[in-house]
Design a protein around this ligand. Structure first.
Ligand code: KG4
Ligand code: ZN
Length: 339
């Protein structure tokens, strides 16, 4: 069988990324140019700056991805690109670039849903993993509990009612004074703290057992900080970070285990930036072992935004016959399962 080579482009937020993927599962290159240092100054991603930086970096990142993979544009079979959800100006850079290359080289264009990409990151290092399986998607903008019924086919069991899990990490980190992005900083600081020092609320939503809500725990952390400040008490930041993290992780694991039981799923995967969290990975691993479930997770580099995961998702879409036209546009609020 002929190899299928896909060049994938990702620019939905603050990473400019390109990757060459062979036959859907072999990553020939994975180049990521992060803008974190730039956005740190502002405490979060500034959309205008992100778009401008993508424009500056994208050609260089693609050239590196091709040369690392040892291929040229002439070797490719298709171009995959994230077209939503994300920041519109940031997405447009990748979409316009992908269209230009596809047009010039007469290649099929495959638009990819960013979250489908995150889920697909699990296929990279687990050649045995195939749908159906349960997947917890926890990123900066999304928190979904889904059954992956087939490649690119999802049944959404639960979602967040307010903040995404990563958003909660980022906001709490800011309140503690850790800076952006908060998730990795809370993860690190928590290692020095007692996760049971403070008990924070775990939201349960009546009639929606798989849904999430993180605004309550976020407010509880902010109240805790304010109350202690008013009383002139010093806050133990590591205990606070560890306790917050524990309450989020507990809810994520509990809901995932409940869904696995209710839907009789025997495989559980995690995806998205927060899936690189050490405590979540360990807790999910232990819970899966206890319940006789097989646990899958991408390496941290494939959890946070990258183009390799987009190339994997693009491959399965390509095989299914998904093709986008020259009118492909960025869709900032693209829903999961929409094409
Ligand atoms: O998936 P991602 O890279 O971008 C989106 O699609 O949103 O996720 C970014 C989010 C940020 O909120 C970041 O703070 C969080 O993932 N994150 C983490 C960790 N690494 C990244 N959260 C907790 N622990 C981590 N180690
Ligand atoms: Zn992402």
């Amino acid at each position: 069988m002929e190899d299928t080579l896909i060049l994938a482009i990702e620019s939905s937020c603050d990473e400019t990324a390109a990757s060459v993927v062979k036959n859907g599962r072999t990553i020939l290159s994975n180049v990521i140019s992060s803008q974190i240092e730039l956005h740190k100054l502002y405490g979060g991603v500034v959309p205008e700056i992100a778009s401008r930086k993508h424009i500056e970096k994208i050609n260089q990142v693609i050239e590196e991805a091709l040369s690392e993979a040892g291929v040229t544009l002439d070797d490719l079979d298709a171009i995959g690109v994230t077209y939503g959800p994300g920041l519109v100006g940031a997405l447009l850079v990748g979409v316009a670039e992908a269209k230009a290359i596809a047009y010039a080289k007469k290649l099929p264009l495959v638009g990819v849903h960013h979250i489908e990409g995150h889920v697909s990151a699990n296929y990279i290092e687990h050649p045995d993993l195939e749908p159906p399986f349960l997947c917890l998607i926890v990123s900066g903008g999304h928190t979904h509990l889904v059954i992956v019924k087939d490649y690119g086919e999802f049944e959404i069991l639960g979602r967040t009612r307010d903040d995404a899990a990563g958003e909660a990490f980022d906001k709490v980190a800011r309140a503690i004074g850790l800076g952006y992005p908060g998730g990795p900083k809370i993860d690190k600081l928590s290692k020095e703290g007692n996760p049971h020092a403070i008990v924070f609320p775990k939201a349960k939503i009546d009639g929606a057992p798989y849904d999430f809500s993180f605004s309550g725990v976020k407010s509880a952390v902010l109240n805790f900080i304010n109350q202690n400040k008013m009383q002139g008490k010093e806050i133990h930041a590591a205990d606070l970070a560890a306790s917050f993290q524990q309450s989020v992780v507990d809810v994520l694991v509990e809901h995932t285990m409940l869904a696995a039981k209710d839907y009789q799923m025997d495989k559980v995967a995690i995806a998205g930036g927060v899936a690189s969290n050490g405590t979540l990975r360990q807790a999910m691993k232990e819970a899966c072992e206890k319940n006789g479930l097989k646990f899958y997770h991408p390496s941290p580099i494939f959890c946070t935004d990258n183009a390799a995961m987009i190339g994997v998702a693009a491959y399965y879409e390509y095989k299914k016959g998904t093709r986008h036209g020259w009118d492909l546009n960025a869709v900032p609020n693209l829903k999961l399962g929409e094409r």
